[in-house]
Design a protein around this ligand. Structure first.
Ligand SMILES: *Cc1c(COP(=O)(O)O)cnc(C)c1O
Length: 393
């Protein structure tokens, strides 16, 4: 097959080899180079491995302290966290939720669990995330404020919430999105699943929404095997979040009383133990990931490729590094070239309205979303072997 840019792809593969060595290079692998084993064994020895135990509260406190959120409520995964956060934001059956077409499917699935309908507004080409301009235009064109809420004139449905997502850890223009939501009386819920360690200005992502959520799946910046977290500054919502995710059980020494339909979404203590150890590694992990990103950034600058980085003044965690290629042909070509070498590169997600269950959802044309879908490729982004040892030396 004729390569469009074979010299360029070979040079990029050489950078990947310098970072990660020979053999198959995964897109993102977890690292367990801290107290993971010790805390897991402690947890087993304590016999509290499941839904009760001290590690859950410890993990929640560590994440709250790190992000600057008043409360953090651990859940069994990030999708469950989003489901409950949306429910607590007041999203119910027949409502609409504004979100991105360019996201991982979990964002949309969670609002579907609430019986709500997604509506997609376009993203910005620089942040790869929700465009406040597109949001403002959509609302001016289609929405009206009445009865203390915001309504979609075409569908007659209430627009209950807005869920932007910090794509690959690059902060969206969240302060501006928060302003638009406030103007229109729409609750802001941030999907910060990919952005632990990313800051919009000096504020951690996930502290702008009334509620927001994190994920600790195996492929994320840090992992608990599977896990998630709800963040909020609101005392009452935090209490409700804990209640709803723990089967809505009313505290009692022995009676089983549940006062609403709750969920078994609590994070097991074993997973939380892993989380405590991973939180201790987060700072060095972010430093190493920033170095990897810098290598890719320099390569891109030398070879005239666009590296997807944060806006000036923002900080990305560089969970997954991404390049924006010149053409859809380049995307196919780079994916094929690198994967044939055992270097795992991946395209960005297929747009939500192109998936069977979200076809026919209202959207604004999604010009930038389609443009990016055809051009964005993720590069291997793990913490390289031996990087921790070098950092400690
Ligand atoms: C990973 C992820 C989630 C949910 O994560 P799980 O923990 O796997 O349920 C939600 N939204 C986005 C954008 C994600 O990347």
């Amino acid at each position: 097959m004729k390569r469009t840019q074979s010299d360029r792809w070979a040079a990029l593969a050489a950078v990947v080899r310098e970072l990660y060595g020979e053999g198959v290079v995964p897109l993102h692998r977890p690292v367990f180079e801290g107290n993971e084993r010790r805390y897991l064994v402690d947890c087993i020895d304590s016999n509290f491995v499941s839904s009760v135990g001290a590690q859950v509260a410890e993990f929640e406190q560590r994440v709250a302290a790190f992000t600057g959120s008043r409360h953090a409520i651990a859940t069994v995964n990030g999708t469950a966290a989003l489901h409950v956060a949306l429910q607590l934001a007041g999203v119910g059956r027949g409502d609409e939720v504004l979100s991105q077409a360019l996201t991982f499917v979990a964002t949309c699935n969670a609002l579907s669990y609430c019986g709500a309908h997604p509506v997609f507004v376009d993203v910005d080409r620089d942040t790869l995330g929700m465009s406040p301009g597109a949001l403002r235009r959509f609302l001016a064109l289609h929405a009206e404020r009445r009865d203390g809420g915001c309504w979609n004139r075409a569908s007659g449905r209430r627009i209950a919430a807005c869920v932007p997502m910090h794509t690959f850890g690059i902060p969206v223009r969240i302060a501006e999105i928060a302003e638009v939501c406030a103007e229109w009386g729409i609750v802001l819920v941030e999907d910060a699943a990919e952005s632990l360690g990313s800051y919009a200005g000096t504020r951690h992502t996930g502290t702008f929404g009334r509620l927001s959520t994190l994920s600790f799946n195996g492929n994320k910046v840090i992992t608990t095997g599977g896990g998630g977290m709800i963040l909020t500054d609101d005392d009452a919502l935090a209490k409700r979040a804990k209640h709803l995710t723990t089967t809505a059980k009313v505290p009692h020494p022995y009676e089983f009383v549940h006062d609403e339909v709750g969920y078994n979404y609590r994070l097991p203590n074993l997973n939380a133990a892993l989380g405590c150890a991973q939180m201790e590694l987060l700072e060095p992990m972010l430093a190493i990931k920033a170095e990897v990103a810098q290598r890719y950034r320099e390569f891109c600058a030398r070879s005239g490729m666009r590296f997807a980085g944060p806006l000036p003044g923002d900080t990305a965690n560089f969970w997954l590094n991404a390049v924006v290629l010149d053409s859809p042909e380049d995307r196919e070509d780079l994916l094929e070239y690198t994967n044939a070498l055992g270097i795992m590169t991946r395209p960005i997600w297929r747009l939500m309205p192109r998936l069977a269950m979200y076809q026919g959802c209202q959207h604004d044309g999604l010009e930038n979303s389609y443009w990016l879908e055809a051009r964005v490729v993720n590069l291997p982004s793990s913490v390289p072997e031996g990087a921790f040892a070098r950092l400690r030396a």
